[in-house]
Write a protein that binds this ligand. Structure first.
Ligand SMILES: CC(C)(COP(=O)(O)OP(=O)(O)OC[C@H]1O[C@@H](n2cnc3c(N)ncnc32)[C@H](O)[C@@H]1OP(=O)(O)O)[C@@H](O)C(=O)NCCC(=O)NCCS
Length: 400
């Protein structure tokens, strides 16, 4: 017989037990637990058995994601773990149910996570929507480039991190799903470096034009200078083709000591058209999943392409977040969208996982119907629901 776990926010008193649960689940090196600290912009949940023992945990990261020029409040999820003896008894489901309600209460609209196993999250309404690819490129194949006389290249310092974040914002705000560098959690991580006068990586290369930052690469250097030598790009962007070429030229100059350049590749990144992507070898693939926390906010708070106009009516079934369940009328016009409850009949019956696939531009209404995530009477055309997918595919560029 097993009892329904009690789920509540973790306190500093639970920190050691939560740290041990995470360490054993994810196999990190044994080391003394860090002193309890509260991280701004996070809500930590714990599940307890009837004796008061911690048997599971999950963390809600208060991120913002860029969606077509607007930030959308996200409850991104990390560090989900259940003690081995309590697995398969609904502990993760109880944690995720409470986390979703808490995220809804604090104003979150959407949620993303990187699963080690998709099934428990599917059972709770998330669906796989994309993959973050980290690839290895032979550094020697990058185009060598003569330094441009009109550009200045210099090493960055912690004092440059604000300008780095501003440039990152400039290049990500009109895309979809990418994490915004705003909010208490981001500021907490940045403050550790600005007050400690350290960079978050080994080196930062800046490209400037008349004193304005137009491109940068933050990198880590590992594994010696032989065949294994690697330069890993942790953060990178460019706002002009000149800046991208200049960065590629500098990265190419590492070829004698770092034969491998490791970086995440996202379609649409400014450097991708300047890289020998056909020679990329997979280093890691991290699939991510998505889910609405609150469908009205998810629709209203993001931007939509200005050319988009249309309406559609559908029912949505969300067993874990009943505030999303019902019949909805969607209207998109002039870059704005509105979702309202309606009493009008609807032939299109959408599951919450189907909603996630449309919202992230991952699939069309017809394909989610074929996957069993949208139901409609024979002869009904599901295509009007493609309005929800019309923003185009979402991406995640940061692992969490
Ligand atoms: C993955 C993990 C968190 C799941 O926790 P849990 O308490 O066992 O999950 P639940 O019992 O609440 O299961 C919820 C649903 O997911 C399914 N599920 C759970 N674990 C599963 C697995 N490994 N494979 C397939 N389905 C699984 C259950 O069948 C259930 O589905 P249902 O509600 O349709 O019956 C737990 O196994 C764990 O801690 N694993 C090691 C650490 C880890 O992988 N964490 C995830 C990081 S993203």
């Amino acid at each position: 017989m097993h009892h329904t776990p009690h789920v509540r926010e973790l306190t500093d008193d639970d920190a050691t037990a939560a740290w041990h649960l995470g360490r054993t689940a994810f196999g990190s090196d044994p080391q003394p637990p860090p002193p309890p600290t509260t991280t701004p912009g996070t809500t930590r949940y714990g599940a307890f058995d009837h004796t008061g023992r911690l048997i599971g945990k999950a963390v809600d990261l208060h991120h913002d994601q860029w969606w077509d020029g607007h930030t959308v409040a996200a409850a991104d999820i990390a560090s989900v773990a259940v003690t081995p003896e309590a697995r398969g008894r609904g502990v993760a489901r109880a944690l995720l149910t409470t986390l979703l309600r808490g995220a809804h209460d604090r104003g979150a609209a959407i949620s993303a996570l990187f699963p080690t196993v998709a099934a428990p999250y599917r059972a709770c309404g998330w669906e796989t929507a994309g993959t973050l690819r980290t690839v290895d490129l032979p550094t020697a194949l990058l185009t060598r480039h003569q330094p441009s006389p009109h550009l200045t290249v210099r090493p960055g310092t912690p004092a440059d991190l604000t300008a780095v974040d501003e440039l990152h914002t400039h290049t990500t705000r009109h895309r979809r799903g990418l994490l915004a560098r705003t909010g208490p959690l981001h500021e907490h991580h940045r403050a550790r470096h600005t007050t400690g006068n350290t960079l978050p990586y080994d080196g930062l290369t800046l490209v400037e034009h008349h004193g304005h930052l137009i491109g940068y690469a933050g990198w880590n250097r590992r594994d010696g200078y032989g065949d294994q030598g690697t330069l890993t790009i942790e953060d990178l962007t460019a706002t002009t083709a000149d800046a991208a070429r200049e960065l590629v030229g500098i990265l190419a100059s590492w070829h004698s000591v770092a034969p491998t350049l490791r970086l995440t590749l996202l379609p649409g990144d400014p450097l991708t058209p300047h890289l020998p992507v056909e020679k990329a070898r997979e280093h890691a693939q991290d699939t991510w999943m998505h889910r609405p926390v609150d469908v009205t906010r998810a629709i209203r708070d993001r931007g939509w392409p200005a050319h988009l106009h249309g309406t559609t009516t559908f029912t949505l079934d969300d067993p874990l977040a009943d505030w999303n369940t019902g019949t909805w009328h969607l209207e998109i016009t002039n870059g704005n969208a509105d979702l309202r409850r309606t009493t009008a009949p609807a032939d299109l019956h959408l599951t919450v996982r189907g909603f996630a696939l449309l919202y992230t531009g991952t699939a069309t209404a017809r394909t989610i119907a074929q996957a069993g995530l949208l139901h409609h009477p024979a002869g009904t055309d599901p295509a009007p629901l493609d309005l929800l997918a019309a923003g185009g595919p979402a991406q995640l560029g940061d692992y969490f």
